[in-house]
Structure formats: C-alpha cells, structure tokens
Ligand binder design. Structure first.
Ligand code: E4P
Length: 217
C-alpha cells in the first residue's frame, strides 16, 4: 500500500519524506488556505515546491466547476511538473473533464467520492485515483471503510485500473483497516502516520534493553 501525506505544510511533507515511507502528497483548497497560500501564482509556486521535496505523485485540485474551466486549470497544473495529478470533483462536468484528461494523457484524482456509484463513474472516466472520504462518512454515522470495501469489490470484478486512494483519514486504525481491505493508497495527516510507530511494549522493551546494557558495562 502506498502512503501519501494529506497536507500542504512543507515541514510536515519534509518530515514524512525523511522518514523514508512517503509515496506522494494530496492537497485540497482548504489545506492550501490553512497554510496561508492564496492567489494563483503563489498556489502554483507552492505545488512546485512540494514536487521538489517528494519523488511521487502530487495531487493538485482545480477550483473551476465547469468543463472548460477545469480543462484550462488542469492543463496548467499538469504543465508544472510530471508528478502532478489533477484533482477533479465528482460532479457531472468533472466526469467529462476526467475523460478528457485521460484521453490527453493527464492523470487525475477524482475527489469528494462518497458512494460506490460515484467510484464506478470515476473508473469509467479513466481516473488514475479515486478518493473515497472515509472520515467524513464516519462523521455522519455512515461507514467509510465499508465504502472502500465496496469499491475494491467493484474494481476487482471488472479489473479497473483506477487506484483506490483512501482519504479523509482520522486515525491510525483507518490506515490499518484500509490495508486489510486492500486500498492501493492511503492519504493521511502526518500525525496518523507517526501514530503507527507507537506501542507501549516497544517503549518498555527498549527501556529495559538499554537499562540492562548499562548494568552490564
Ligand atoms: C483528500 O484528498 C482530501 O484532501 C482529504 O483527505 C480530506 O480530508 P478531511 O475530511 O480531513 O478534510
């Protein structure tokens, strides 16, 4: 399973990259705004900086919601760096735009996916990635992991090559459950990636090893 980090914070991206387990980055307009990155020029420059830090795919989201606008924005984003994957919302013009991008060799990440039917449409349009938002479904008492399971089954039934990119991750158990289901990618905040490191028996065991080593010397 690939690990992406879900942030536009350059320090956190660097920290995950230095850990040696990072395969890519996802961003969205809210995450860019959180870092104070505003205006098209600054946003474009920021994507370039992210691409310089990581080796893998970097999802960059279009703001337009009409076909022509999405094509114009997506082509400009894709021109920035070959690592860029154009993130397109799951709306009618978004599906048309994803098909256009697929036909023109531009990779896409279909975002804001909350149902199996939407995921099926994304695959039909040739999206490189589909992003089911687990946490936001859990937030409304729905089952986010069940959606990932459904999409896995449907994609496997027909051999769709669209990669399942589990998004809106809230905690480390989401990551583990997605790995059990067979998601291709999980995009997560740094905190949840680092939380995978922790086990009390590891800390206790290491403390004991070091204390015993000290006694023996
Ligand atoms: C996915 O690509 C989105 O950026 C993200 O996972 C949304 O997560 P949130 O529900 O925590 O905002």
């Amino acid at each position: 399973m690939k690990f992406f980090i879900d942030t536009a914070n350059l320090d956190q991206i660097k920290e995950a990259q230095e850990l040696g387990v990072l395969d890519g980055v996802t961003t969205n307009p809210s995450l860019m705004a959180k870092e104070g990155i505003t205006g098209v020029d600054n946003i474009m420059k920021h994507y370039k900086k992210i691409c310089e830090i990581v080796d893998g795919d970097v999802s960059a989201e279009v703001i337009s919601t009409d076909f022509d606008g999405m094509i114009k924005e997506g082509e400009a984003l894709a021109d920035l760096n070959e690592q860029i994957v154009v993130k397109v919302p799951m709306i009618k013009d978004g599906v048309k735009a994803m098909k256009y991008f697929t036909d023109h060799g531009i990779r896409t990440n279909c975002t804001l996916v909350f149902s199996a039917g939407q995921a099926l449409l994304a695959a039909k349009a040739g999206a490189s990635y589909v992003s089911p938002f687990l946490g936001r479904l859990d937030d409304i008492s729905s089952d986010g992991l069940n959606l990932v399971d459904e999409i896995r089954l449907i994609y496997d039934n027909y051999g769709y090559e669209t990669e399942i990119l589990a998004a809106s991750i809230r905690h480390p158990m989401h990551i583990i459950e997605c790995a059990k289901i067979g998601a291709d990618v999980v995009t997560s905040p740094l905190q949840s990636i680092l939380a995978l490191l922790n086990h009390p028996l590891t800390s206790i065991g290491l403390e004991k090893f070091l204390a015993d080593h000290k006694k023996g010397n």
